[in-house]
Design a protein around this ligand. Sequence first.
Ligand code: HEM
Length: 523
Amino acid sequence: MEAISHEKLSSNSFLAVLLITILMIIIIIIIVQTKKSRTSKPTTRPPPPGPWRLPVIGNLHQLAANGGRSLPHRRLAELAKRYGPDVMLLQLGELSHVIISTPEAARLVMKTHDLTFASRPSLLAVDILFSRNDVAFAPYGEHWRQMRKICTLELFSAKRVGSFRWIREQEVANLVTTLRTAAHQDEPVVDLTDLVQKLLGSVTSWATFGTIRGSNEMFLKVAKKFEDVVAGFRISDLYPSLTFLPVLTGFEGKLKKMRLEADSILDAIIDERRSQRSSRSGRDGEVGDYLLDVLLNLHENPSQLGFPLTMEAIKAVTLELFLAGIETSAKIIEWTMSEMIKHPKVMQKAQEEVREAFGEKGDIEEASLHRLKYLDSIIKESLRLHPPGPLLLPRENGESVELRGYHVPAKTKVFVNAWAINRDPRYWPEAEEFYPERFNDRMIDYRGNDFQFIPFGAGRRMCPGYDFGVEVVKLTLANLIFHFQWKLPGEMRPESLDMTERFGASVGREYALRVIPVPYHGN
Ligand code: HEM
């Protein structure tokens, strides 16, 4: 009896504390929101249109409609259709978010006012993981400019991407061998999603560190965990004034632990590399050719760049190479394979092209991939319908600006819904259909000039690694369709292949792609 009343008492007092805490949170938010609206400058232009909002949460309930089952890019496209097809304003928690959903408005943000929108907002996860020393999430300024220069001139230049050709060719050949072995087993179904991710992990590890053994594998696992925490809209980012929230929920602690883990793995890899470098100095080959060597060279010879490259920045960029490079490319490979399996005529046409180009020999050299024009169209169509970064990366405007007649105050978070733009029916007839031929006679490209097709973004913050990504995507696909016919397990018919998406830092398939490889040349 006493135990029961004691329990009741403690649960009552817990409830009371919970209620008081919630009340305090609401009061703080209202004070912050009122202060903000008082301090914002009066303007003659109206704000962009948007749905009605509730106090404290703003439009969060609309974003989370359908029990949160609609993925953010899809839900934002639905809301935009009703409330702001071009430019839409949402209040998510404490912060104003502008959503861009047409090529015309995207051009304004990423071309006309590119400089104004060139910054990235602060996000708790990346602030802790990278301390804003990286490239992708760094605010616009001197640090970002320098890091971006290193990316374009040193890390992802055409020459550098070409120099890793042998790595890609070797790793893709290993994948083909693995698939051939699997094809001769009693149970030949393979998890292509997993195999492709491993392939991309190995290619990135080789290109970055010159090896894929030991701690590098651990590092791949850490990078995968980072992927999970960087994605989506986090309460801690929507209510930045409630600094105690991520502490209470344990999110901040989790992030700090991940950062420590990544740092210690990276420190070990870098120490090993530095000692190899000093013991081999003066000799040609190996050392000096990989991305980490490039960064260490620049650190040791700051005069080459004209500014110092810190070890913190080297670690942040190295980690980011894994985050940015593996999942995006892996996902576009699995989407393209899924679409080709779902559309057997497209698959057949692509196989005829690659088999005609490379004959019986089957040594698909990267240098000859330019002959595969239809495969180019297929990859573009896949990037159009399944951009791995459907909302690109968020941008932030340094100063207030007018967009399509609407006033956008400084420091607004801006999302460009590339997924919706890539399906704009004004530019893409039968936009929902997978129809690669639509690219055959059109010069539309993904290099940031055609705003109806922006899977890599555009403007100053556009992806600098697209050549790096597309080379490995094309080489892998060419090999997969050259060496194998592809079947679905059991009685599954191609048209019933499930294409549900799973939201993450990059959007892939909800269910792994499980397929049967049947060797083509009978080997
Ligand atoms: C198919 C593969 C890839 C896709 C679809 C992709 C897509 C994107 C997108 C949408 C952005 C944001 C652009 C914006 O905000 O306007 C981005 C940024 C970035 N990507 Fe990629 N990416 C891919 C491969 C890669 C690879 C292989 C690397 C490097 C190894 C890379 C490195 C980066 C970096 C560093 C940024 C940040 C740029 C900045 O903020 O200045 N990406 N990528």
